[in-house]
Design a protein around this ligand. Sequence first.
Ligand code: SF4
Length: 306
Amino acid sequence: METAAVPSVRQAEKIAHENNKLHKRLCRLAGQAIGDFNMIEAGDRVMVCLSGGKDSYALLDILMTLRQRAPIDFEIIAVNLDQKQPNFPAHVLPEYLTALDVPFHIENQDTYSIVKRVVEEGKTTCALCSRLRRGILYRVADELGATKIALGHHRDDILETFFLNMFFGGKLKSMPPKLQSDDGRHIVIRPLAYVKEADTSRYAEVRNFPIIPCDLCGSQENLQRKQTKAMLRDWDKKFPGRVDSIFAALSTVVPSHLMDRNLFAFKDLQVTGAAIDGGDIAFDDEPCTTTAPSLLSTVIPLHPTS
Ligand code: SF4
């Protein structure tokens, strides 16, 4: 009996070790994003928007840990908008937040009826629903005296939005980790900007968050976002490192090597005698530089004999 118990104890230890590593990684990445973008400052009152989804639970949980460790003082207030979707389990979040002993506010607004009334049958309701939600949350932030509004978007959300904007909007644009709200009165932050969705999913399982699905309204998840997500997953499987490289590229923009005339004064460009931003050879590789002379030599002799 004793010998049979050994592997399961080991396994339990291994799982506990992995879970501990996961928690550390989430804290480290969120802390890094907060520092890189100066998301939270001393005296901030951070309104954490809690939808009941895995990402917002992870955000609140990680921010609470970071607050305990932070060298600065800041407040957290969790906010949930009850949109009156059918079968929304209204007791879940208040019970969870009370047990957590975190200040919270539940805002009751029936956006569900508005969305159902305004959006044509069969059309996706998420765009209007999100817009309404955003407006309400900005108002609530004002009323609560919040200085920052924290959202649970993660690295995969940022990458998907980047590709959606490129594929369908003709823009190099994504979800920034820190931005000014549309009404110009708040700073919105995304502390999970460096965190992979796989990690928030796993963390939600580990912490057993009482997840409330976001499809109680009967709306389908945006098909284009779903396809983009699948494309990125597929790339990640087939070409390890590719998605990481794309994500890194979002922080390493070279306007002089793109085509936006508002970001770089191409018209005023003059000879300076030095390469700009690494010059035009960044992606020349070995085969190219070694084969080029021999290819050229078939057309123009490189060392004429006479
Ligand atoms: S799934 Fe429903 S509740 Fe969630 S964003 Fe879309 S319309 Fe709103």
